[in-house]
Design a protein around this ligand. Sequence first.
Ligand SMILES: [Zn+2]
Length: 269
Amino acid sequence: MAAEKALALVLRTTDWSETSRIATLWTREFGKVRVLAKGGRRLKSNFENSLDLLTLCRVVFLRKSSGGLDLLTEARVEERFPRLRADLQALYSAYYIAELLSDWTEDYDPHPVLFDEALATLRNLGQPDVPTGVRLARFELVLLRELGYTPALFSCAVCGQEFVLPQRPQSPPRKDGDSISAASVTSVAPMAFSPAAGGLVCAECRTRHRNAIPLYAETWLALQDLSEQEDAWRRPMTAEVRGQLREILNQYVTYLMGRRPKLLPYLRS
Ligand SMILES: [Zn+2]
């Protein structure tokens, strides 16, 4: 058995016996690993409370050569995210991130970019100036890209026809919470989002994708920006656009996973 060191986020723990726990860890170095933490339920164990959900730890584990669970030998807390406990929407979003990473990634399939994005998101969530729903959308688009499911946003997912970019507004919409006037939304985009087709479908193709979700031109731009730019979530977005982003991602993630994530009904835009 080889001893491995990793930076790990605790995604899930389950009791295994009177004294032991199984932890699902999302590591930067190895992707998802499942480890047995012997004595992990004792108050004064080697792991103390480092195996709390959504704790970032430095871990050492013994990797089993064939089958069986890896064995956790050390876990030291590196960082916690106390803001999540004070903001329910941020907490639900963090649980949703843990659910997606735990249920949608393969064991020993590392994605350091996705690890870093998850960490950055957990650090941002719950801060007063961070729009929870839009920040989460940025995480989801990075996750989709890393797993090979980047939605088609620049050309039709069916016929490949390239879309002409709409005019970007000169100044961003006012940031005044949910009371944004209808006038700030300029137009309904000619294309729609089809989870089954894998992204946007053009006006012609959408007639054959009846479940495609209509969207505003601003939502289309927001999807492109969030998918390509690290800080795009900081830009103010209207309640309508945020609502459409949530609806599109809800339906796309549900379609790809083949089931609705458990935390999804608790998310807000
Ligand atoms: Zn088309």
